[in-house]
Design a protein around this ligand. Structure first.
Ligand code: URA
Length: 428
C-alpha cells in the first residue's frame, strides 16, 4: 500500500480537493491500526462534513472500511437472506416485529444491530430488557440460528468493519455524525461486509432523525442505494416520517411490549403499517412473491418465530418485562386537537429518563421511557393524562418535563387535522 501523510490528506480535503483512491485506502488502514491519530481523523471527518465527497470517493471509502475487517458469508443457508437498516428514530421498534415476521414468510433475516446513543434508541438495548436474552453470538451460532429459526438480532462482532467502529465513536463526540458521505459509508460498509443477499433501508426524515428535510434524506438514500447496487447488493430505500415518534411508547421494555402487541395482531396502526411496508419490500428483495406478511401476523406464525428467536438467544419470551419504579403524568394543559407531538422532544425526554446513554459505557434503565396517550389528530381534554414518564430515578422527571415543554401543540376543538403520510418516497 502506498504511504501517505495524514496532514497532507487532511489539507487536501480541507481545501475542497478530491481524495485519491490511494489516499483513502491508506488513511482508513492507518487509522484502524492506530497510526493516524484520533485528532487527525477528527479533523478529516470535519473537513468531509464541510466539503463533502463525490460518489467515487464515497464508494472507495466504503470499500476501505469493508477491507478493514472480515466478510461474512451466508451462502450455505437454505433460504435467501435479507436485512433491514433504519437510520435511527424515536420509538422505532420496527426491527422487533419485522425480523420474526419476515422469517415466518420463509426468508432468513441476519440483523446486526447497535445500541442507542443520544436520543435514538438501540435495538440491542430494547431486547436486553427481556430476562436472559443475550446480544453476542459467534458467527457459527448466528448461522445455526438463521437456519433453524430464520431470524437473528445480535451485536456485530468486533471483526466486522472495525474502521467504522472507531470512526463512529469518534464522530459521535466531534459533531461529525450528520455528514452524508460518512453516514452512507458507515451503514453500507457494515451491510456489505455482513453478506446479506439484499437490503431494505428505512431512511428517517424529520425532527427526530439525523436528516431533518426530505431533500437531504433523499440524497442519503440515493447514495446508499447506489453503493449497494454497485457492490452487487440489491438495495431499496423507503423515506419515512420521523417528525412524530412511532407508536405510543419510547423506551426499552416499553417498546418490547408494544412490539409483542403487534405480533399478537394488535398494536398501534403506524407501527403495523410500517412493519408491513418494510416486510413487503424485504420479500420483494428476496424474490418471495407468494406470501402476504399480513396473513403471517394474523395467523400467529410471526409470534411463533419471535418466541423461537428470543429463546434461541437465552431469553424467556413469557417472562414479565421490567417496569420502572416511578412514574409521572403530564396532563393536557387545554382541551382540543393534538396537532403535533415532536419526535425529538419525546426522544430526548426518554433519554433523560434513563432509556438512553450519554456515553458508550453508561448503563440504560430497562423500564425507563415515555408513553403518550394521544397521537396527532386525537382529541384531548384538559387535565387528562397526555404523557406518562417512567424512570427508576424520580430526580429525572423535572428535566424530562422541561424537555417536553413546547414539544406538542393542542389546537382549538374541531380543528381539522390532515395526517401526513408515513411512507414519503421509495428509492431503488
Ligand atoms: N447508523 C450507522 O450505522 N452509522 C451512521 O453513521 C449513522 C447511523
Amino acid at each position: 500500500m502506498e504511504q501517505h501523510d495524514a496532514v497532507e490528506v487532511i489539507i487536501a480535503k480541507r481545501d475542497g480537493g478530491r481524495l485519491s483512491d490511494s489516499q483513502i485506502d491508506w488513511v482508513i488502514d492507518a487509522y484502524t491500526r492506530g497510526e493516524v491519530a484520533e485528532e487527525q481523523m477528527s479533523a478529516l471527518a470535519m473537513a468531509i462534513l464541510l466539503n463533502g465527497m463525490d460518489r467515487g470517493e464515497i464508494a472507495r471509502w466504503t470499500d476501505a472500511m469493508i477491507a478493514s475487517g472480515e466478510r461474512m458469508d451466508f451462502s450455505s443457508l437454505s433460504r435467501p437472506t435479507v436485512d433491514k437498516h433504519s437510520t435511527g428514530g424515536v420509538g422505532d421498534k420496527i426491527t422487533l416485529p419485522l425480523a420474526p415476521l419476515v422469517a415466518a414468510c420463509g426468508v432468513a433475516v441476519p440483523q446486526l444491530s447497535g445500541r442507542g446513543l443520544g436520543h435514538t434508541g438501540g435495538t440491542l438495548d430494547k431486547l436486553e430488557s427481556i430476562p436472559g436474552w443475550r446480544a453476542s453470538l459467534s458467527n457459527e451460532e448466528m448461522l445455526a440460528q438463521l437456519e433453524s429459526v430464520g431470524a437473528v438480532v445480535c451485536a456485530a462482532g468486533a471483526g466486522l468493519a472495525p474502521a467504522d467502529k472507531k470512526l463512529y465513536a469518534l464522530r459521535d463526540v466531534t459533531g461529525t455524525v450528520e455528514a452524508i458521505p460518512l453516514i452512507a459509508s458507515s451503514i453500507m460498509s457494515k451491510k456489505i461486509a455482513e453478506g446479506t443477499g439484499s437490503l431494505v433501508l428505512d431512511v428517517k426524515v424529520g425532527t427526530g432523525a439525523f436528516m431533518k428535510d426530505l431533500a437531504r434524506a433523499r440524497e442519503l438514500a440515493e447514495t446508499m442505494v447506489a453503493l449497494g447496487t454497485d457492490a452487487g447488493l440489491p438495495t431499496v430505500a423507503l423515506l419515512t416520517d420521523m417528525s412524530t415518534p412511532l407508536g405510543l411508547a419510547a423506551g426499552n421494555a416499553l417498546e418490547v411490549a408494544e412490539s409483542v402487541d403487534v405480533l399478537a395482531g394488535g398494536g398501534p396502526s403506524d407501527v403495523v403499517e410500517l412493519t408491513l411496508a418494510l416486510a413487503g419490500e424485504m420479500l420483494l428483495g428476496a424474490g418471495v412473491d407468494d406470501v402476504d406478511p399480513a396473513d403471517r401476523l394474523a395467523d400467529g406464525s410471526a409470534m411463533d418465530a419471535w418466541r423461537a428467536m428470543i429463546r434461541a438467544q437465552g431469553g424467556d419470551p413469557e417472562a414479565a418485562l421490567p417496569v420502572a419504579r416511578e412514574s409521572h403524568v403530564v396532563a393536557a394543559p387545554t382541551s382540543g386537537v393534538l396537532t403535533r407531538l415532536d419526535a425529538m422532544a419525546v426522544g430526548l425526554a426518554a433519554w433523560r429518563l434513563g432509556a438512553g446513554r450519554a456515553r458508550k459505557e453508561d448503563p440504560v434503565q430497562a423500564g425507563a421511557g415515555v408513553v403518550w396517550h394521544a397521537r396527532p389528530g386525537d382529541t384531548v381534554t384538559a387535565g387528562q393524562p397526555l404523557l406518562t414518564l417512567h424512570s427508576d430515578d424520580p430526580d429525572r422527571f423535572d428535566r424530562a418535563v422541561a424537555t417536553l415543554d413546547g414539544g406538542f401543540d393542542i389546537a382549538a376543538p374541531d380543528t381539522a387535522y390532515s395526517p401526513s403520510s408515513l411512507v414519503l418516497d421509495r428509492i431503488d
